[in-house]
Ligand binder design. Structure first.
Ligand code: WT7
Length: 642
């Protein structure tokens, strides 16, 4: 484990203007949040959210099921929009959009509210009601936020499907949640090319009996097939939709969205988030971690298809009344300095991105950065995987000009909001550590028996107290919810990560210790890729492992055995990569395909991925092989390696 000792304190200048500018204040609030959680959260919920009806209880906790703010009612979209219209924010930019081709649009809070009202009316006119599900498969354009907020307004549960996912993935998700509606676009721009979203939807829909309507946004103007009665143009529906919509008040625990994420089985998990608690978590972290002010232009580069896009492009910052920059395309289109030119052009002050992107910028070379001033920046953030100290220092020096604090934020799809992070005006940072817990979060590093490990020893990371933005269950699968997160040590939330705490109590997250890989900050379940591979007619068995990768964090290495009569070839390798791309999406395409005569197994028939991982990483196997059933397989695998 790396030992990093450089400490970076927030400057007096940053502290003086910060929403929370002293360690003592952080400490006092933190202690209150964990010692008197009901009082703390009750107070915060009143301060940060606009309620239609006050809550009567703060938390009803019957592990692992939480109900926050019961008795209370609010509307999430009203919190993100309407409440700002009575203030000076009404005509402030809510979204500054830049498309990949360079087109720009600025949408004020008043305009955004109006569009959301219109689309809420569209949803109702299509027959959608509270509790129904709608799938959103859109590029990074303002209409993605409009669709999400309109669903929230009506009480329709949205499930956003990342635009990089395939038709197969759309089918699985839509069927799992029985969506009635799909909202998509003709296409989106990515590296100068059109991503044909509508075509993917068309491929999925013959296999999704619950879908009654498809709303299609015109973005790229490429030809699409419109199926009569089923498919309607966004602009046609909006043209006749009323511009006001009276938001209903929804109970605190009203489901807000389902977001599918990879786990340790072949089937993605539908993480369910609900209204008030989720909104409180994302609003408070946006305020304290990103230190949002009315003068900021805030840019989170995550796609709306991931939790980061939900919490820190849409719900959190808009609830705070911030100006959010949204960019549609790739960081290297047309040149590898696109992000830096966007920062200068729009005066971005807060920039939140992923370590894998930072490492790509490092590789592309400092000259692309040095062409731009970046003087507007005042705060930087990182999310998605551990940030290696080298990337941290580059980010600090080249992008932040040693002036901007870096918030390395640890959290997950399941946690809804940031859990462990520096508060930029209060907590000194050290490269590679996500530092200290946010309010109400109690992280513990435990051993197999549930005992806290000594300082600087590795263990499994648990959260031992419930928090408002926690997932409530897995859609249609409460058993899996209990088993997945709450059974490792009964009653404690296990996040799947390994970590250690240093002598200052700073947390160092090492990464996943389950069968989940983190490739370029995206979560990929090994079992999902394996089941995609064995669905190919030539594959008998498959095992997927991660190998450390300088750029992506982890690269996907797959070992396959072929059915008899099938012949290994480079062409087949390419076919298998393409097949995984078709089954899941390009992000899951293996970096390396290796054919093997057999896979190492235990006597009970379990594939020993640990050995394959070692082989993929070091080219050798030195680890414990005593439970291996047939040692000759290792000899054969090693021979293939050479
Ligand atoms: C997993 C969650 C929620 C953010 C986007 C990814 C890893 C995330 C950090 C960080 C170390 C991190 C963990 C976590 N991770 N942020 N700052 N330091 N690791 O969301 O797809 O739900 O993945 O990403 O392994 O469990 P996700």
């Amino acid at each position: 484990m790396s030992r990093e000792s450089r400490i970076f304190k927030p400057s007096a200048e940053f502290k003086n203007q910060a929403n929370l500018g002293s360690y003592a204040t952080y400490r006092r609030l933190y202690l209150e949040s964990v010692n008197a959680p009901d009082r703390f959260w009750g107070k915060q919920a009143k301060q940060f959210l606009a309620w239609r009806k006050p809550f009567s209880s703060v938390l009803k906790w019957k592990a692992p099921h939480a109900k926050w703010f019961t008795g209370g009612q609010l509307n999430v979209s009203e919190n993100c929009l309407d409440r700002h219209l009575q203030t000076a924010r009404a005509n402030k930019a809510a979204i500054i959009f830049e498309g990949e081709p360079g087109d720009t649009r600025t949408i004020t809070y008043a305009q955004l509210q109006r569009e959301v009202c219109q689309f809420a009316n569209v949803l109702e006119s299509l027959g959608l009601r509270k509790g129904d599900r709608a799938a959103i498969y859109l590029p990074m354009v303002p209409e993605a936020a409009v669709a999400m907020l309109a669903c929230a307004r009506v009480g329709v549960i949205h499930t956003v499907i990342f635009g990089g996912f395939s038709a197969e993935a759309i089918k699985d998700r839509v069927n799992d949640c029985q969506a009635k509606l799909v909202i998509t676009a003709d296409g989106g721009w990515r590296r100068g090319k059109v991503v044909e979203l509508k075509t993917n939807v068309d491929r999925a829909l013959p296999h999704t009996p619950t879908v009654q309507h498809v709303v299609v946004l015109k973005r790229t103007g490429n030809a699409v097939v419109m199926t009569e009665r089923r498919d309607r143009w966004w602009h046609d529906l909006m043209a006749s939709a009323p511009i006001t919509h009276k938001a209903k008040a929804h109970d605190s625990e009203t489901p807000l969205f389902i977001l599918y994420t990879s786990g340790s089985t072949g089937k993605p998990k539908g993480v369910l988030h609900t209204s008030a608690g989720y909104l409180l978590g994302t609003t408070m972290t946006s305020h304290y971690v990103f230190d949002l002010k009315d003068t900021d232009v805030y840019w989170c580069t995550a796609d709306i298809g991931w939790i980061t896009g939900h919490s820190y492009v849409v719900y959190g910052p808009l609830s705070c009344g911030a100006t959010v920059l949204m960019y549609e395309g790739a960081p290297n289109q047309p040149e590898p300095d696109r992000f830096w030119s966007i920062i200068d052009k729009h005066g971005v002050t807060i920039f939140y991105t992923a370590p894998t992107a930072i490492r790509a910028f490092m590789r592309w070379g400092d000259d692309y950065v040095k062409k731009h001033s970046l003087a507007s920046l005042r705060l930087l953030g990182s999310v998605g995987e551990p940030i290696n100290p080298e990337a941290w220092m580059w980010y600090h020096t080249l992008i932040g000009k040693k002036r901007c604090p870096i918030v390395d934020t640890w959290w997950q799809t399941e946690t809804g909001a940031i859990m462990v992070t520096p508060l930029p005006g209060a907590i000194p940072t050290t490269p590679g550590s996500c530092t200290l817990p946010f309010f109400g979060v109690v992280p513990k590093v435990l051993d197999e028996k549930g005992v806290e490990v000594p300082v600087n020893s590795g263990g499994k990371l648990f959260l031992t107290q419930p928090w408002p933005s926690m997932l409530r269950t897995l859609w249609n699968d409460d058993d899996r919810f209990k088993k997945q997160y709450w059974s490792e040590i009964p009653g404690l939330y296990f996040c799947g990560d390994g970590a250690r705490k240093d002598k200052n109590g700073y947390l160092w997250v090492v990464g996943r210790i389950d069968d989940v890989l983190n490739v370029s900050g995206h979560r990929i379940g090994t079992a999902e890729v394996e089941s995609a591979l064995v669905s190919h007619p030539s594959v008998a068995e498959a095992a997927v492992v991660g190998r450390p990768d300088d750029l992506k964090g982890q690269a996907l290495v797959v070992f396959v055995t072929l059915k008899s009569g099938m012949v290994a070839s480079d062409a087949l390798k390419e076919q298998l990569r393409a097949h995984v791309g078709k089954e899941i999406g390009s992000l899951a395409k293996p970096d390396d395909v290796r054919f093997a005569a057999g896979l190492p197994k235990t006597r009970s028939g379990k594939i020993m991925r640990r050995l394959l991982k070692e082989l993929a990483t070091s080219g050798d196997i030195k680890g414990d092989t005593t439970t291996l059933e047939d040692f000759s397989i290792i000899t054969a695998l090693k021979a293939d390696e050479e």
